[in-house]
Structures are given as C-alpha cells and as structure tokens.
Design a protein around this ligand. Structure first.
Ligand code: ZN
Ligand code: ZN
Length: 141
C-alpha cells in the first residue's frame, strides 16, 4: 500500500496488513482531520517507510504521549507516534491507496461524537478503545 499527502511532497509505503481499523470520534481526531471522525489503523513501525519528502514533515505533540506528523506545505495528517508504544504508528486510512479487504471494526470514543453526525451502520460502538474496561456500548445487539 502507498500513501501521500495532498500536495504530493510526501509519499510513504506500508508493507503487510493493517492492524484493526477504527473510526475515532474523539474531539482531537475531529479537529485534526476537520471531519466527523478519523478512520485509522495501527501498524508496526517496521511496516512503514517514507518514500520521499520526509524532510517536509512537521509535528505537533497533541498530548503527553502522542505526536502527530503532517505535511508542512499542505497540512495533510500523516502518522501519529506514541511515546508509550514506540513500536507502533497510527495512520489515517484516507490517504492510503490500494487498501483491500479491510473492514472498520469499531467506532471509538463515541461519547465525543459530533452532534451533527449520525452513525447509521451496525459496527460496534465504544466509549474508548475496544477491550478497555469502559467499553460499554454496542449497537444492534
Ligand atoms: Zn503535502
Ligand atoms: Zn481520536
């Protein structure tokens, strides 16, 4: 799979399969993507390679543990890194081409969902991450 930013200054490739795919409705993802939610997967750092433009990246530390990388020319969100999980990257699916056989596994942080967005599918919904103790809500049971 390959991906790139809007201005195409930065390109990357991903080898192997994506980890679980979630639609994250948290307020930070909504603001970062300026969208109803962020569709994202986790991958191992060794699956990911910058093909060009890595010197055009800039970063924003969005919490104590999370750093968001984006293109300094066009602003496209690219990867997230986690100080507490250094082997893992978070990546938004919207910029990746060549994705096959991937299904969204959960809506997460639905308590922060935009009031103007309705979730109309039957994908399970969680208040935080699936598997955490406050994963309380599921639809269409
Ligand atoms: Zn760009
Ligand atoms: Zn989020």
């Amino acid at each position: 799979m390959h991906g790139k930013c809007l201005c195409e200054a930065i390109e990357y490739k991903i080898e192997g399969a994506l980890g679980p795919v979630y639609n994250c409705h948290c307020s930070k993802c909504r603001r970062w993507h300026a969208a109803a939610f962020r569709t994202r997967a986790s991958i191992n750092k060794n699956q990911f390679v910058w093909l060009k433009g890595a010197d055009n990246l800039t970063a924003y530390k969005s919490s104590d543990y999370v750093t968001k990388f984006f293109c300094k020319t066009c602003g496209s969100p690219l990867i997230s890194t986690y100080d507490n999980k250094p082997d893992i990257l978070g990546i938004p699916l919207g910029g990746i081409e060549g994705i096959e056989n991937v299904e969204v596994q959960a809506h997460i942080f639905v308590g922060s969902k935009a009031s103007w967005h309705a979730i109309t599918d039957s994908v399970p919904q969680y208040e935080s991450w699936p598997g955490s103790e406050d994963a309380v809500r599921q639809t269409n049971q």
